[in-house]
Design a binder for this molecule. Structure first.
Ligand SMILES: Nc1ncnc2c1ncn2[C@@H]1O[C@H](COP(=O)(O)OS(=O)(=O)O)[C@@H](OP(=O)(O)O)[C@H]1O
Length: 278
């Protein structure tokens, strides 16, 4: 199945792209609040009433033809879309054409934290009648590149290389950098999307408002994100998207051997690419 058959890209599309568990929820919230900052009051914001995934249109749901999702064809521009798809799967007219102005904002994360986050998530979704998925099994799959959206490292490299070739089309962020310097990253994203913060907005502290609103503490404490609405039809609950939100939680779970193997794969895969997680 080709994406082209199911998706009519527009030059104004803004696409939040991630490999799962790399900060999708966070980036959706950040980009939504950056581009809509003049439409909402921070004290009565959509993010206090809806999970970020309900404010952004998930491209795969559209491509699959999910009947429960709004058609993205009827949306006003600019459309804010989200995807886990690798860069290489997008139509050439979007990725290799300098005149196509659609933009990708990508976020990636240390694979050791990604694995731990994925493993916890898999166990949340696992039917009660099955025993929990052992970490060793999750590690085997992840380190061998078995993942819904392809090997983690190839996913990162696809977007990273594109960001070097087409810096106006693809912006690559790292979860760890956003944690360390959230305000700087918010400014970077706004500039990249062509909506930089004005001196008046800076004076009013809008950047800091956005950082606070989208922080793990703020989002995970919203009632809408605490609710456990799991059902057989929809096994995911809003609360599943918020666990710890920390950098380096892998030390509490991975064995030294697992960590060493993942570091080696990362080193080999990224060698000579100019990309690293440090
Ligand atoms: N606002 C905010 N700030 C920082 N971190 C956050 C935030 N929201 C979610 N998280 C953490 O991100 C992890 C979930 O990743 P994703 O949102 O990419 O999941 S998914 O792919 O959409 O299923 C998962 O990480 P872990 O805690 O390490 O499991 C979430 O806790």
């Amino acid at each position: 199945m080709l994406i082209d058959d199911h998706f009519n890209p527009r030059p104004t599309d803004i696409i939040v792209a991630t490999s799962p568990k790399c900060g999708t929820t966070w980036l959706r919230a950040l980009v939504f609040s950056i581009i809509n900052r003049n439409s909402f009051d921070f004290n009565d914001h959509p993010l206090s009433k809806a999970n970020p995934r309900d404010l952004v249109h998930f491209l795969e749901a559209h491509i699959r033809g999910d009947r429960s999702t709004v058609s993205i064809d009827g949306l006003l521009s600019p459309r804010l879309l989200s995807t886990h798809l690798p860069y290489s799967l997008f139509p050439k007219c979007m990725t290799d054409d300098a005149s196509s102005a659609c933009r990708f904002v990508y976020i990636c994360r240390d694979p050791k934290d990604v694995l731990v986050s994925k493993w916890h998530f898999a166990n949340k979704l696992r039917p009660k009648e099955l025993p929990p998925l052992p970490l060793e099994e999750a590690f085997e799959l992840f380190s061998n590149g078995v993942s819904h959206y392809g090997p983690f490292w190839d996913h990162v490299l696809g977007y990273w290389k594109a960001s070097l070739e087409w810096p106006k089309k693809v912006l690559c962020l790292k979860y760890e950098d956003v944690k360390k310097e959230p305000s700087g990253c918010v400014r970077k994203v706004a500039e990249y999307l062509g909506v930089p913060f004005s001196p008046e907005e800076e004076k009013k502290g809008i950047v800091e408002e956005i950082v606070k609103l989208c922080s793990f503490e703020s989002l995970s404490n919203q009632d809408v994100n605490k609710s456990d609405t799991r059902s057989r039809q929809n096994p995911m609950s809003n609360s599943d998207f918020f666990r710890k939100g920390e950098v380096g939680d892998w030390v509490n779970h991975l064995s030294p051997q697992m960590s060493e193997i993942l570091d080696k794969i990362t080193e080999q895969k990224f060698q000579g690419t100019g990309f690293s997680f440090h």
